[in-house]
Structures are given as structure tokens and as C-alpha cells.
Ligand binder design. Structure first.
Ligand code: SAM
Length: 707
């Protein structure tokens, strides 16, 4: 990185202002919105487009990679074709209703398959308007009637939205949990009010599968463990309240296929727990509990349930769409080195993890009962056996505060043994019985652990939920030399001998939002920092196997021109979305396409209030032909006791090879709009500006002369 002089810093700031101004030039009206500054913790006013919320909705309704999901699109297409053919073969007209038409994709497919009438409804009005334009562009607007309404508001009759009931329903209103978007009431209402009795529904039915597993790796995302240091001496016991908490009912959606196979053990088979008949042959239950016995496959600890679902697209069950992870997927090539690459990738439907309210020790062949519960929008699970029965099967609710205050990723970060060993080992080295310590990060447990080896500890934490967690730890570990403070006073500054800070704040989303530590050190002129020593930000060009699909334009989808939709989304993204977003990269494989480069380096023991830098790098160092790149990965590297602690790759990335990412932190990602074929002469560049007085960090990164 080159450090630039003040003049250049000013020109960078002017440039970024100009870009923002330039964007505003085309805007009629602006509104002030409040947003939180992650470094200062303060609230700031920001000028936004007056339709900011609208554009945010549109950008979010881009359905991520859903329309790139070729398997989904083709299976819907084929099942629709069969349904329309069947109606015609039976001598009937094919009257199609498409609920939640979005871009109109499924309705246009129905038109291409020769449907006689097509009515499509869409609850999100801007999408319904966009759909009208897409129909016109594709020359089918005369065949499809669009109604900008929720299906439950549709009327049937001579003057109604539909002249008559439909005899084919096509709809895709599913999420990772299958029923989380209200599919149960949508189907129930349609079957009772909008469809003829002998209708065909695409999809015809669905099955939810559950598999009970032992997975200590993922359990780290659920409950806080005891904290151990380098010598594996327990420094802090987790409060019993936290061990006993039933956890959060919120689903943990995850790309299970990326979980290392050795990370979990199967306790049950893959059990079909709920069957949903969308066709109306049997009624739809909005609430149910199902008990199924199984024999435990191993002796171990049942900790959680992996869940996924399958859609039977046609009435004969010949077209099946499975969301199973590779080990349960009908199309997986189990003989390949990476079977996860042999099944269709999708991000709009992942798999789900439901943590059991209590871990159950099981022995091989023991009979255990899986209790699967479902309400209108969600699922949860219990286990029971002859000795252990839950009092009731209520939806779990967090009683310990951890599941309310901390994100799952942050819980896993605190539980990460590698990191605790480094941080706790370092405070053991630096602190003594005379130390008066100030801990700047109350969303970690470092300050409470420090109390065990020092005279007194102040922990900076203004948030009530975090204070509750800290107090539970203080009580459980009989600690009496800690005070939690909402702000840093002069008296505290003059008293402290050592400042410590776990470099990962629960409030941080992007890696540099953790520079709150630098902001606080600078603001309160804190010296004698013993941890961390500093921080570096690194980046490299990458080729994602699939992640880029959440951002790239569609152009044509199943022969349908979708450029109007692309333009709408692109415009809204420019207004409402940041170019750089956070992602847990261990779930999204990518190859290294250029040497990692250091973008910025901040030394906490010799802090400078402003810093700016830029650089231009070759894409590929080795000139071994052309490569594709479709994004940049950016991460933080913390320096603790002179050693590196990576919140990015766990091993040095090797050109052309898949990168191993830290599982307990999220990285920053810039996804390019188009995959670029590059050769060794192409370059990428970055600019970075950090201003600790204002609590600002801005980074831009891109290919040189490419978009
Ligand atoms: C997952 S998208 C599917 C879009 C499109 N059918 C496709 O398959 O590409 C679901 C869409 O359904 C809409 N939606 C969900 N439930 C609805 C309902 N009951 N009535 C009307 N629209 C609904 C949402 O606003 C969203 O645009």
C-alpha cells in the first residue's frame, strides 16, 4: 500500500463526493434518513432518494439467484406443459392461475404451452407493473391478465378479477423453510375459492425431510461454551442459564453441502416428517405435531436437526425438485471428489438447521422419538425417549439473552477455540495482579476473563442485552472486580494500566466496522494498548463457483426477455444497495485469481487519525493463460501479540485453487456484474480512506478499465 499525502486524501474525498453528487443529479427529490455509524455508534443523517424504501424493496425482490435457477425454471416449465396437455387431452380448456407471478415467468411459460386463459396476480405492486412491461416486450400481454393483488383478495364472477375459477394453479411461494412465506394459507385459500375441484396444481405436493445429527461445529453457532485458554484451562464457565436455554426458534439457513463431511455424524436416517398435498386431495393443516420413532445409528449426542424439502412437480411424481444437501440428493455423484459440485446450486432455497432445545445423549440402536412441530409459518423439533420427555412442545424461546443479543455468527466466533486460545493466552502474558484493565468490547467475554488475572476491569458496554449476558458470566464465575460502564470517563482513562479489545464487535457487519476499536482508542487518547496490536485489510480477485449468480443480470431466462427486470433491479440497486456486501465465504466456494494484497495497515500502538492509500495490481502473477474473475474478497487480519489472526483465509491462498475461509467470521465481497475473462496483463485497483475523527472508512475496489 502506498500512503498518500493530504492533497491526495482531499482529492479522494472530493472524488467520492462528486460520485455521490453525480448520482443525485438525476434525482428529483431527496429525503433525510437516519443511519447508525458502526464506528462511532452514533446516529447520523444521510441524504437519500425520496423513493429509497421503494427501491430497497425492488432490489430485495430481485429474488437473488432464483431466476438463474435453471433446474427450478425447467421443472416448472415441464410440469406446466404436462398439466396443460392433460386438460386438453381431457377435452377441457386450460385455465391457468399464477399466484405471485413476479416477473411473469411462469405465466409466459403457460402461454407458450398453449394455455387458453391465464390470470396472474402479484401482491407487490411495483413488480406487477414491471411484469406488465415484460409481457409487452415478449409479445404476450394479450394472453395474460395481470392483477396487482394478493391472491386472497381476488374475486371470481362476471365482474370479478377472474370470470371463472381456474383449473390449473401454478405458484412458487416457497422459502428455505418451505412454508415461511405463507404458502399454507395461500394454497388453502386458492383451493377453496379460486380453483375448480378437479384442478391440477404445479407443484402437486411437497415433502419435508429431517435428519437428527451430532455436529459440534454447528453447535458453536447455537450456545456459548466454557471459555478455555492456550493451556486448555477453563477461564470462564458458561452460566447454567445459557446451557439450559432452549435457544431461538429462528431458522438457521445454511449451505449445508459446504459443511465438511467429517464435521457431523448422522444419528437418524433422512426422515420424511411432513407431507403437503397442494392439489386439494387432502386438507392443509396450519398446525400439527408428528411423532416418529427411529433407532439411533450411533452412540453420541443428538444436537440438532438438518432439514430440507422436495417438490413433486407433476401429478405422477416423475418430476422431482430436491433441495437436499449432497449426501441426500438424488442427483449427487457420490464418487466424485467434491460431490457438492455435482448438484444444482441455489441460494434462494438453502437447507435449514433447527437446534434441539436440549442435547440428548443416545446409544446405538436406542429407540428415540423425533417430534416435528409446524405452525402456519415455521417448524421446530424436539427429541424424546423413555427417560426424557419435554414438558410441552412449545416453540422454543430464548431465555438467556444470547440468542436475542448476538448473531449466530458472533456466537460461533466467541466459541471459536483457536481465537480464544490466542486472545486469552495473550492477556495472560500481558496482564498481572496489579493491572487495571479497560475492555472496549462488551459484546465479547474478554473483559470478564481478564478479571480473573488482574486487579480490576472496566468493560465498556451501553447495550442492556449485552450487559445482561456479562452479568450472568460475572455471577456464574464469582467475579467481583468488574464494573460495566456505558461510557469512558476521564477518571477511568487516568486509572487504567492496560486496554484490551476483542477485535470483533457483534454490531459490525463489514470487516472494517470493527475499527470501532481504533475510533475509541483515538477518541479517548488511550495508550498502553495490549491487545490487539493492529489490523490489516487484505483483498484478492476471485472466481466464485456460484455466488455471483445473486447479482448478475438475467438477460434471457428460458427464452424470455428479462432485460426490463434487469434494468429495474439495477436502477434500484444503485440507489439502495452498497457495492460491497458481507458474506460467510466458507459457504460460497471461490478460487483465488490473483495474489492477496494488503490494502491498509493500522497500528493501534501508533495511531494516525487519517489514512489513505491506493494501489494497482496485476490480476494474475503467473502468466499461464486466461482466467475468469467475477468478484473480490476482502478481509481483516488482526495482529495479536505480534501474531496474525485471520478473519479471512485460514491458509495462504494458492492461485487457481479453492480458498479455505474462516467459518466464524464474515468477509466482504464485491461481486462484478459480469464474469470477466482476463489475462495476465489485466489489473485491479483500490482506494481506501480512513478518518478516525469522523469514524469513516471508505473502500473502493475494481478492475482497471473494465466494469
Ligand atoms: C418467489 S417469487 C416467485 C416469482 C415467480 N412466480 C417465479 O417463479 O419466478 C414469489 C412472488 O410471489 C408474490 N406473492 C407471494 N404470495 C402471494 C400471494 N398470496 N398473492 C400474490 N402474490 C404473492 C411475492 O410478492 C413474490 O413476488
Amino acid at each position: 500500500m502506498q500512503t498518500v499525502n493530504c492533497k491526495k486524501l482531499c482529492s479522494l474525498v472530493v472524488l467520492s463526493f462528486f460520485k455521490r453528487f453525480h448520482r443525485f443529479e438525476s434525482i428529483k427529490m431527496q429525503v433525510f434518513t437516519q443511519k447508525r455509524n458502526p464506528l462511532t455508534g452514533g446516529t447520523e443523517w444521510d441524504v437519500q432518494h425520496d423513493d429509497y424504501d421503494y427501491h430497497q424493496e425492488i432490489a430485495r425482490s430481485a429474488f437473488a439467484d432464483m431466476l438463474h435457477d435453471t433446474e427450478r425454471n425447467k421443472k416448472y416449465y415441464r410440469a406446466l406443459q404436462l398439466a396443460i396437455e392433460k386438460m386438453h387431452n381431457d377435452g377441457k380448456k386450460a385455465n391457468v392461475l399464477d399466484i405471485g407471478t413476479g416477473t411473469g415467468l411462469l405465466s409466459i411459460m403457460a402461454a407458450k404451452c398453449g394455455a387458453d386463459t391465464i390470470t396472474a396476480c402479484e401482491a407487490f405492486k411495483p413488480m406487477a407493473e414491471c411484469c406488465l412491461k415484460i409481457l409487452e416486450r415478449n409479445g404476450v400481454s394479450h394472453k395474460i391478465k395481470i392483477i396487482p393483488k394478493r391472491s386472497t383478495e381476488l374475486t371470481v364472477g362476471e365482474d370479478g378479477d377472474m370470470n371463472q375459477k381456474a383449473n390449473i394453479l401454478v405458484t412458487e411461494v416457497f422459502d428455505t423453510e418451505l412454508i415461511g412465506e405463507g404458502a399454507l394459507s395461500t394454497f388453502d385459500h386458492a383451493l377453496k375459492n379460486l380453483l375448480e375441484e378437479d384442478c391440477i396444481v404445479v407443484p402437486d405436493s411437497a415433502v419435508i425431510y429431517a435428519q437428527v445429527v451430532e455436529c459440534p461445529t454447528l453447535q458453536k453457532w447455537n450456545k456459548l461454551n466454557d471459555l478455555a485458554d492456550d493451556d486448555l484451562e477453563i477461564m470462564l464457565r458458561a452460566p447454567s442459564k445459557m446451557k439450559e436455554c432452549g435457544g431461538s426458534a429462528a431458522v438457521h439457513d445454511i449451505q449445508l453441502s459446504q459443511l465438511p463431511r467429517q464435521a457431523f455424524k448422522e444419528i437418524s436416517d433422512q426422515i420424511p416428517v411432513f407431507y403437503y398435498d397442494w392439489s386439494g386431495r387432502s386438507s392443509i393443516d396450519k398446525k400439527r405435531t408428528v411423532k416418529q420413532e427411529f433407532n439411533s445409528m450411533i452412540t453420541g449426542n443428538a444436537q440438532m436437526v438438518f432439514m430440507w424439502w422436495e417438490l413433486n412437480m407433476d401429478t405422477e411424481g416423475k418430476i422431482v425438485l430436491s433441495c437436499a444437501p449432497w449426501w441426500g440428493h438424488p442427483d449427487a455423484d457420490l464418487s466424485s471428489e467434491r460431490p457438492q459440485d455435482s448438484i444444482p446450486w441455489r441460494d434462494h432455497w438453502m437447507q435449514a438447521v433447527y437446534y434441539l432445545p436440549q442435547t440428548m445423549a443416545v446409544t446405538k440402536d436406542q429407540v428415540v422419538t423425533l417430534v416435528s412441530c409446524q405452525d402456519e409459518y415455521s417448524l421446530w423439533f424436539y427429541l424424546q425417549n423413555n427417560q426424557t420427555q419435554p414438558k410441552n412442545y412449545k416453540r422454543p424461546i430464548c431465555e438467556c439473552g444470547v440468542h436475542l443479543a448476538l448473531s449466530r455468527t458472533h456466537v460461533s466466533y466467541i466459541n471459536d477455540g483457536r481465537r480464544s486460545k490466542k486472545l486469552l493466552g495473550q492477556i495472560k502474558k500481558e496482564l498481572s495482579k496489579d493491572s487495571i484493565v479497560l475492555d472496549l468490547n462488551g459484546s465479547s467475554l474478554l473483559g470478564v476473563a481478564a478479571a480473573k488475572i488482574s486487579k480490576f476491569v472496566y468493560i465498556l458496554e451501553p447495550m442492556q442485552l449485552h450487559i445482561g449476558i456479562l452479568n450472568n458470566y460475572i455471577q456464574e464465575n464469582a467475579i467481583d472486580n468488574v464494573r460495566i460502564i456505558p461510557e469512558i470517563t476521564k477518571d477511568v482513562v487516568s486509572e487504567v494500566t492496560n486496554v484490551i479489545c476483542d477485535p470483533n464487535f457483534s454490531s459490525a457487519i463489514l470487516p472494517w466496522e470493527n475499527l470501532k476499536v481504533a475510533y475509541l482508542l483515538h477518541k479517548y487518547k488511550l495508550e498502553s494498548v495490549c491487545l490487539p496490536d493492529g489490523c490489516e485489510f487484505w483483498a484478492m480477485p476471485v472466481e466464485f463457483n456460484d455466488l455471483h449468480k445473486i447479482r448478475v443480470p438475467l438477460n434471457v431466462c428460458e427464452g424470455i426477455d428479462m432485460t426490463i427486470f434487469d434494468a429495474l433491479v439495477e436502477n434500484s440497486r444503485l440507489i439502495s444497495d452498497a457495492e460491497i456486501e458481507e458474506q460467510p465465504l466458507w459457504e460460497y466456494p471461490c478460487k483465488c485469481r490473483g495474489s492477496p494484497r494488503k490494502l491498509a495497515e493500522i497500528n493501534f500502538k501508533d495511531l494516525k487519525p487519517t489514512m489513505a492509500g491506493d494501489g494497482v495490481f496485476d490480476i494474475v502473477d503467473a502468466s499461464d493463460g486466461s482466467h475468469n474473475i467475477n468478484g473480490f474478497a476482502i478481509w481483516a487480519l488482526w495482529i495479536v501479540g505480534g501474531k496474525q489472526m485471520s478473519a479471512g483465509p485460514t491458509d495462504l491462498p494458492v492461485l487457481g485453487q479453492l480458498v479455505e475461509w474462516d467459518m466464524h467470521t464474515r468477509q466482504a465481497v464485491k461481486i462484478l456484474k459480469h464474469s470477466q475473462v482476463l489475462n495476465s496483463t489485466d489489473k485491479w485497483s483500490y482506494q481506501v480512506v480512513c478518518d478516525l475523527d469522523k469514524g469513516q472508512f471508505n473502500l473502493s475496489i475494481d478492475l482497471v478499465n473494465k466494469n
